[in-house]
Ligand binder design. Structure first.
Ligand SMILES: Nc1ncnc2c1ncn2[C@@H]1O[C@H](COP(=O)(O)OP(=O)(O)O)[C@@H](O)[C@H]1O
Ligand SMILES: [Mg+2]
Length: 256
């Protein structure tokens, strides 16, 4: 059944993206529903980050259409959409010369004209929202643990209260406890703020416990999409290998 447009946060139709002679995304179509957490899996180098960057207008597409919250996305970066999405890039480093507070306030400074007092209040509210304390605002990125760094980056991504959050492998590099805490935080924020979350991840625990649906990217297309239990039943060779290969079987048996 075709989805109603206004129930969709992101609508991608027949998207082609490539570099030189390489085609990365090959007539890819994908719908992300409002308020859902969608997980995206795919081989390394398969185009997951390229897809995310194309949606937000950082990479030019060859053809196809993209709509975000009902508005078409142009071919290149569209600054007016800054409040539509928050982004945690894969190499999403904080600005090392700025304090945590200044990092969180960065999008506010770039996009709004607010008093310092109000910006300080907003920074505290955002830090508390992601489970940090007001006094963590004085720290510098080099003084933070991996889990705290991700939380600060998340607070910065949510500074402008965007309805959509993009996460590119947010739990990679975190220990399992920090990763589990981060997943729980994403779930809580999605519930309390009604966020739509588009999350690239290899983390089977995240896919199983946090994602409402999972999409698999292979050969430049979405070859399977649905709740995790449906993906586990998929007949597609790459999806089968991904979820039923030796390594993932071992992990899944350990998770039970
Ligand atoms: N800016 C770019 N210029 C040229 N090639 C790129 C660029 N960004 C990504 N690629 C290529 O596109 C392919 C997909 O990359 P990427 O989306 O980063 O993969 P992943 O699924 O691991 O996130 C890779 O072959 C990569 O080398
Ligand atoms: Mg990537």
């Amino acid at each position: 059944m075709p989805e109603l447009h206004d129930e969709l946060a992101i609508r991608i139709h027949d998207l082609v993206v490539g570099f030189g002679r390489q085609t990365v995304l090959d007539h890819l179509s994908l719908d992300v529903r409002r308020g859902e957490i969608l997980g995206l899996v795919g081989a390394s180098g398969g185009g997951k980050s390229v897809l995310m960057r194309t949606i937000i207008g950082l990479i030019r597409r060859r053809s196809g259409s993209i709509e975000v919250m009902g508005q078409p996305i142009g071919g290149t970066h569209d600054r007016s959409r800054a409040a539509t999405w928050g982004i945690l890039f894969q190499q999403g480093a904080l600005f090392s010369s700025l304090t945590v507070r200044q990092n969180v306030q960065f999008p506010l400074r770039e996009n709004l004209t607010l008093s310092q007092e109000l910006m300080d209040e907003i920074a505290i509210a955002k830090l508390e929202m992601v489970g940090l304390r007001a006094q963590d605002g004085d720290k510098y990125p080099s003084e933070l643990s991996g889990g705290m760094t991700k939380r600060v980056a998340l607070a910065r991504a949510l500074a402008l209260d965007p309805p959509i959050l993009f996460l590119d492998e947010p739990t990679s590099g975190l220990d399992p406890i920090a990763a589990g805490d981060f997943d729980a935080l994403i779930r809580t924020l999605q519930k309390t703020l009604g966020l739509t979350v588009f999350m690239v991840t290899h983390d089977l625990a995240s896919l199983t416990t946090v994602c409402d649906r999972v999409a698999a990217l292979a050969d430049g297309m979405i070859v399977a999409i649905g709740p995790m239990r449906d993906l586990l039943q998929s007949e597609h060779p790459w999806v089968r290998a991904y979820f039923h290969g030796k390594r993932s079987q071992m992990l899944q048996s350990q998770m039970r």
